[in-house]
Design a binder for this molecule. Structure first.
Ligand SMILES: NC(=O)C1=CN([C@@H]2O[C@H](COP(=O)(O)OP(=O)(O)OC[C@H]3O[C@@H](n4cnc5c(N)ncnc54)[C@H](OP(=O)(O)O)[C@@H]3O)[C@@H](O)[C@H]2O)C=CC1
Ligand SMILES: O=C(O)CCC(=O)C(=O)O
Length: 450
């Protein structure tokens, strides 16, 4: 059976790879899904006949554009931007925008592909997209960010809209940037509309959207622990990243009684051996530049330059920074130190060999498709609020977020019969791929050939 799956996968990847030459991140994401879902496709004549997986591997369209703007010195700057409109089978194209120097077509293609499965798992009517630019906002002034946002939206605006394609934020694009982009779209379209989510509250955003991805990661992790008869209380939790997802995951983990022992950034890791206090967390999240590397002694935090957090013997690991941040060496360190639960706040944070090692070592892993779906889920709730000109209370949105994360856990648990680990637990990674695929493939078949 294993040999047959390996042959199916080999043949499938031989067919797919030449169409995406040099797009390593995209092929990595496709291979991880294909490995789990090809046997399901082959067992269904409807899915096989429709060539469902192959169709799900090809974006509906990719829009690419040049962004030209002036920096504060008056010099002309040129960047490249993209919007990968992956699939609108389940609803309008939906997914974030990333501004970072490493953004390429391949990165955005992998993120849009993952988004299709994630959005399917939320149970909301959301299609999938991702976009961004190779623009580094670090060190840029507010007027520069504003000019860049307006130039970016001048190109993107004709392709988006509330029932067409609804972008949001991602790395380098927070509520402030979404606010600028949103106003630029309104000016272009000459109507209000809610064409982006993650907006500042004053511009029609939803309460709890900023917190949603991080909170959702913790709600999902708590559901995984409950499945094992355990809870978050007193667990040592290592997080990577120091941005939106990490900040709110750290705060919610603390509120639920866990000890958060690390945050990180490109410069290194902030380690709190006894757990961050509320004050230490606020300081670490707010500190900037050189000052951030020298925490005040009484905070109980040390800064480790150039280090990653995975060797700190956590009970639970939450990679919340970026793709492929956790490699084989990190995986060995985590497994050897006794960590048995990992939940992905970032999209595809594990290299393929790190994932294989952790699976062999019996570490239960929640993939980003499931664990970090809280952000896009609350974006879906923001779309509902905008469409009905309503504003829901924070308590209502948080309750719905919690229910959606528990429903995703239940959907994966329902796949347990065919998606279980060597130890008999739920194989969350496989279950997310299989459950997402079933929903998308059904839609491919029902929509006919077009
Ligand atoms: N925002 C959202 O709603 C959602 C985000 N995600 C995913 O979560 C992850 C984090 O996003 P978000 O918190 O919004 O982004 P932010 O820009 O707010 O924060 C990103 C964090 O990751 C770190 N980071 C970025 N690139 C690298 C790198 N190459 N190596 C090491 N660290 C890096 C940054 O370090 P530094 O502090 O040094 O800049 C920063 O701390 C991404 O994978 C994103 O796709 C998933 C679902 C929804
Ligand atoms: O809220 C959204 O639309 C997108 C969130 C996102 O980019 C993600 O889930 O990776």
């Amino acid at each position: 059976m294993k040999d047959r799956t390996a042959t199916l996968l080999g043949n499938f990847m031989d067919q797919i790879t030449p169409r995406h030459t040099g797009e390593g991140e995209f092929l990595q994401a496709v291979e991880e899904v294909a490995r789990d879902v090809l046997p399901i496709e082959k067992a269904s004549s409807a899915f096989t006949d429709a060539r469902a997986l192959e169709r799900l591997c090809e974006a509906d369209r990719i829009i690419s554009f040049r962004i030209t703007w002036r920096d504060d010195s008056g010099a002309v700057q040129i960047n490249r931007g993209w919007r990968v409109q992956h699939s609108n089978l389940l609803g309008p194209y939906k997914g974030g925008l990333r501004w970072a120097p490493g953004v390429t077509r391949s990165v955005l293609k992998f993120l849009a592909f993952e988004q299709a499965f994630k959005n399917a798992l939320t149970g909301l009517p959301l299609g999938a997209a991702k976009g961004g630019a190779d623009f580094d906002p670090h060190g840029r002034s507010v007027p520069e960010i504003e000019r860049f946002a307006q130039a970016f939206m001048a190109e993107l605006a004709p392709h988006i809209g509330p029932d067409r394609d609804v972008p949001a934020g991602d790395i380098g694009v927070g509520a402030r940037e979404v606010g600028l982009l949103s106003r630029a779209w309104v000016q272009h379209a000459q109507r209000w509309g809610g064409a982006l989510t993650g907006k500042p509250l004053a511009l029609g955003g939803s309460d709890i959207r900023a917190e949603a991805t991080g909170y959702g990661v913790i709600f999902f992790t708590a559901a995984m622990l409950a499945e094992q008869g355990a809870e978050l209380q007193d667990k040592r939790v290592a997080l990577s990243g120091r941005g939106n997802v990490s900040a709110h995951a750290a705060r919610k983990a603390r509120a639920m009684g866990a000890r958060v022992i690390s945050l990180s950034g490109r410069a290194g890791t902030w380690y709190a051996p006894d757990g961050f206090s509320a004050e230490a967390l606020d300081w670490t999240l707010a500190a900037k530049g050189e000052a951030a590397m020298a925490p005040p002694k009484d905070l109980g935090v040390e800064f480790r330059e150039g280090a990653k957090p995975w060797g700190l013997s956590p009970d639970i690991a939450l990679p919340c920074a970026t793709q492929n941040e956790l490699d084989l060496e990190d995986a060995k360190a985590l497994a050897d130190s006794g960590c048995r639960v990992l939940s992905e706040g970032a999209n595809m944070p594990l290299t393929s060999d790190a994932e294989a090692h952790l699976t062999r070592a019996g570490v239960i892993q929640a993939p980003g498709k499931a664990a970090n779906a809280g952000g896009v889920a609350v974006s879906g709730l923001e779309m509902q609020q905008n469409a009905s000109f309503a504003r829901w209370t924070p308590a209502r949105v948080e309750t719905q977020l919690r229910e959606i994360m528990c429903a995703i856990h239940a959907r994966l648990k329902a796949e347990r019969a065919s998606c279980c680990t060597a130890g008999g637990g739920i194989d969350y990674r496989r279950a997310a791929n299989v459950a997402g695929y079933r929903k998308l493939a059904r839609a491919v078949v029902d929509g006919g050939v077009m």
